[in-house]
Design a protein around this ligand. Structure first.
Ligand SMILES: *[C@@H]1O[C@H](CO)[C@@H](O)[C@H](O)[C@H]1NC(C)=O
Ligand SMILES: *[C@@H]1O[C@H](CO)[C@@H](O)[C@H](O)[C@H]1NC(C)=O
Ligand SMILES: *[C@@H]1O[C@H](CO)[C@@H](O)[C@H](O)[C@H]1NC(C)=O
Ligand SMILES: *[C@@H]1O[C@H](CO)[C@@H](O)[C@H](O)[C@H]1NC(C)=O
Ligand SMILES: *[C@@H]1O[C@H](CO)[C@@H](O)[C@H](O)[C@H]1NC(C)=O
Ligand SMILES: *[C@@H]1O[C@H](CO)[C@@H](O)[C@H](O)[C@H]1NC(C)=O
Ligand SMILES: *[C@@H]1O[C@H](CO)[C@@H](O)[C@H](O)[C@H]1NC(C)=O
Ligand SMILES: *[C@@H]1O[C@H](CO)[C@@H](O)[C@H](O)[C@H]1NC(C)=O
Ligand SMILES: *[C@@H]1O[C@H](CO)[C@@H](O)[C@H](O)[C@H]1NC(C)=O
Ligand SMILES: *[C@@H]1O[C@H](CO)[C@@H](O)[C@H](O)[C@H]1NC(C)=O
Ligand SMILES: *[C@@H]1O[C@H](CO)[C@@H](O)[C@H](O)[C@H]1NC(C)=O
Ligand SMILES: *[C@@H]1O[C@H](CO)[C@@H](O)[C@H](O)[C@H]1NC(C)=O
Length: 644
């Protein structure tokens, strides 16, 4: 696919841009918006208020980010190369896989590489992809843009790739939407978000890396709104529209969010950054017309010890609702989710809280579970997630980037790197009141083929039960587990997910083994690990263990997982989407989610199987499952001759 047409942007933009500017008169303003460059003069006030804010927060002890399961010897990667990872020198977070120099490269065959490609997840035809960008729905089509290197399977030369779908599952690749061709984005058209304005116009704000590698925010918009495919994009001639304020590093200012309309009738966006080297923050800007922005006092939120915040996402959820909310929704019965991707740990964290649209501050419901120190969006291989409101189906849909954990050499050899997760609907979990629920969009069920039901299969302590469904490389598994305790008055130490599925305790682990071969020489356990601690609290961890997923030693294999609330009237429930080298696992309706990235060498093609297992010592498990075979999605280049 050839790079597109944004070259014509500056010639045509005035004409196409006019309607957008007309929109402003309807909107009242609060404060006096100033030109992006003039923002620097306002920064003294900004910094003063930031200092105050941080001061106010500092009574709390500095939290340590990354409360994941304690690393175990088996899950630790071998010593990786100490070379600076790709991307860091260019002022963006690390975008490379460790080259496992100390590990002997596995003798991969082309057949093994070919098998790793997913069948119903979105990935480009070839080359490198990272963050999802500007997802939106327009005239019958879902649009996904993504960070894309058209030249290679490693990070670099970043453009906006573009694909469209009627149903979020079957995709057509379109020409690149934007390429680095202006001084303000010549080093990369980086991550950004789309906003649908009230009059139907669409604006995109994205981070550009300038000719001097400075991170600036730029405005772009579709050339022809009547085109449902939004093929051509224009960059605003006055770009950049926002430059970093004083006190914020030139290379720590990126990934503007979707804008929301505040009750005063003006728009807000927020942009992640870092302050005083360790404090993760998100700045708030106000605008009426998307060309001129005012930095507001203070920050939306700050969390000491969490480092640079990337890809901030900020959106409302309905407390008792079953539908998603527009980004501008506000009022009683609504909470706001603040999500940040932590550059230091490469983990997406979120927290639920309350947004005050008058002060433009967000407060977490539970300060102990604040952004970056509490809940993770996904406990596995997952980063740079972004939601959008799907006005067509009244739902909020979440995308996330699954990066590779093999070596760059292998990625270059197979010719591609990275996958997007299955889009997930996001709702507030009204049963716990403390979490989000993430669930694969319903459209993925249209790919379900035949299924087999297994009822109340008894799995005794220490046993493995094969589930005879033939080839098991593309599956949708729904499973429920009831446990019957064989012991009384037993407690265990709380050791999170332990050292994986081999680490037996009284009440767990139990669950399924996916992408396993008959001899179990390779297997990926997805399991529950309940713990009855001596302090009387029963906790459950939901985990995925990659440590035996591949015989290759030059790939990263971790034990992932986190706590999941299992309420008194609930049994243990999981849904597992298996798609070749990607396993996405959802527990308790989506309270805790884990994405695994695996590279099996034996358990591939016809050799892949699925099993039940119970490695608890003190419980019998009864499992009831329905397992569907899943069809491949149709994902291909769009042909301009075809009529849709
Ligand atoms: C910045 O960090 C230094 C040392 O880490 C600390 O002494 C100083 O108080 C911090 N400043 C603010 C404004 O938090
Ligand atoms: C890969 O193949 C070569 C040649 O067949 C062999 O010498 C080497 O030991 C193999 N490496 C591994 C890790 O199996
Ligand atoms: C970026 O593009 C240039 C020119 O096409 C090419 O030489 C270079 O290899 C590319 N870099 C990467 C990392 O793909
Ligand atoms: C970057 O581009 C700007 C705007 O065209 C120009 O003023 C500046 O001199 C350029 N810097 C370099 C290092 O070329
Ligand atoms: C805009 O898109 C519509 C629908 O695809 C098309 O009919 C029209 O010719 C396009 N306008 C321009 C100026 O390209
Ligand atoms: C955008 O709004 C600001 C403040 O209302 C105004 O000063 C500026 O001229 C507007 N920009 C354009 C391009 O109309
Ligand atoms: C949500 O539902 C619960 C239980 O039905 C109710 O007590 C609560 O008031 C509702 N909250 C809102 C904000 O509607
Ligand atoms: C990508 O994968 C590697 C492991 O191979 C990991 O160390 C790195 O942090 C990941 N990057 C992101 C952005 O997730
Ligand atoms: C689907 O049907 C095929 C062919 O009859 C069978 O081999 C396979 O086990 C079935 N798969 C499931 C998940 O039921
Ligand atoms: C769980 O631990 C408590 C003590 O903390 C004990 O009373 C109870 O019997 C234990 N439950 C089981 C099933 O062992
Ligand atoms: C449970 O075990 C604890 C010590 O492990 C013991 O003190 C207690 O008496 C036991 N309770 C019962 C009901 O057996
Ligand atoms: C269960 O634990 C034992 C002992 O650590 C281990 O050998 C076995 O592989 C485990 N089973 C599974 C399915 O992981």
């Amino acid at each position: 696919m050839e790079a597109s047409t944004s070259h014509d942007a500056e010639e045509n933009s005035a004409a196409f841009y006019a309607p957008l500017l007309d929109h402003r008169e309807a909107l009242a303003t609060r404060g006096k918006p100033v030109n992006g460059f003039a923002v620097i003069s306002a920064s003294v006030i900004f910094l003063l208020s930031l200092v105050t804010l941080i001061f106010n927060q500092s009574q709390e002890p500095l939290p340590t980010p990354n409360k994941g399961p304690s690393p175990s010897p088996t899950s630790k990667p071998a010593s990786f190369s100490k070379a600076l990872p790709r991307g860091v020198a260019e002022g963006v977070s690390s975008k490379s896989n460790p080259s496992l120099l100390d590990e002997v490269s596995f003798n991969w065959t082309n057949a093994m590489f070919a098998w790793q490609r997913t069948a119903y997840h979105f990935q480009p035809e070839k080359n490198w992809m990272n963050d999802p960008d500007g997802p939106l729905y327009h005239k019958g089509w879902y649009h996904l843009f993504y960070q894309y290197n058209p030249d290679s399977a490693i990070w670099g030369n970043i453009t906006w790739g573009h694909a469209v779908s009627r149903d979020l599952i079957h995709w057509l690749y379109l020409p690149l939407a934007m390429v680095p061709d202006r001084w303000y984005d010549i080093n990369g058209v980086w991550t950004g978000s789309a906003t649908l304005l009230l009059d139907g116009q669409i604006v995109v704000l994205y981070t550009g890396s300038t000719n001097e590698s400075v991170q600036v925010q730029n405005l772009a918009y579709p050339a022809n709104l009547s085109d449902p495919l939004l093929i051509d994009w224009l960059k605003y001639p006055g770009n950049p529209v926002i430059v970093h304020p004083t006190g914020i590093e030139y290379d720590e200012f990126r990934d503007p969010t979707t804008a929301w309309l505040a009750p005063d009738g003006t728009w807000r966006i927020t942009i992640g950054s870092r302050f005083n080297s360790t404090i993760g923050i998100s700045l708030v800007y106000q605008t009426t017309n998307f060309t001129d922005y005012e930095l507001l006092d203070g920050v939306l939120h700050a969390v000491p010890g969490t480092g640079m915040w990337e890809c901030v996402d900020f959106y409302p959820v309905a407390i008792n609702g079953s539908v998603g909310l527009d980004t501008s929704a506000f009022g009683p019965g609504i909470k706001h989710v603040l999500k940040a991707s932590l550059d230091d740990t490469k983990v997406d964290h979120y927290a639920l809280g309350t947004y005050d649209p008058v002060t433009d501050k967000w407060t977490p419901d539970n300060p102990k579970e604040d952004v970056g120190i509490g809940l993770k969006v996904d406990y596995g291989r997952y980063y740079a997630s972004k939601t959008f409101f799907d006005q067509h189906k009244q739902r909020r849909v979440l995308w996330g980037w699954i990066n590779e954990t093999d070596s760059e050499t292998d990625d270059l050899e197979k010719g591609w790197a990275s996958v997007q997760t299955i889009p997930r609907t996001v709702l507030f979990d009204s049963k716990t009141g403390t979490r989000l629920l993430q669930w694969p969009v319903e459209e993925v069920e249209s790919l379900r083929l035949n299924s087999t039901v297994f009822k109340e299969v008894l799995v005794e302590p220490g046993s493995v039960v094969p589930l005879d469904i033939g080839t098991a490389t593309q599956l949708d598994i729904l499973a429920e587990f009831d446990i019957e305790s064989l012991v009384s008055n037993t407690t265990d130490e709380d050791s999170d997910c332990g050292d994986g599925a081999v680490d037996r305790s009284t009440f767990g682990p139990f669950g399924v083994l996916v992408i396993a071969d008959d001899s179990l020489s390779e297997l990926t356990p997805v399991y529950f690990r309940p713990v009855n601690t001596s302090d009387g609290s029963l906790k459950t961890y939901f985990c995925a263990d990659e440590t035996r997923s591949s015989k290759a030693s030059d790939v990263l294999k971790e034990v992932y997982g986190g706590k999941v609330p299992v309420l008194d009237d609930e049994n243990y429930k999981m849904r597992v989407l298996v798609d070749h080298s990607i396993v996405e696992s959802f527990s308790q309706g989506g309270r805790t989610v884990i994405t695994s990235r695996i590279y099996p060498t034996e358990a591939i093609y016809g050799a892949a199987r699925v099993f039940l297992f119970n490695n608890a010592t003190g419980v019998n498990v009864k499992a009831t499952l329905e397992i569907w075979e899943v069809n491949s999605a149709f994902i291909r280049p769009y042909s301009f001759e075809e009529t849709l």
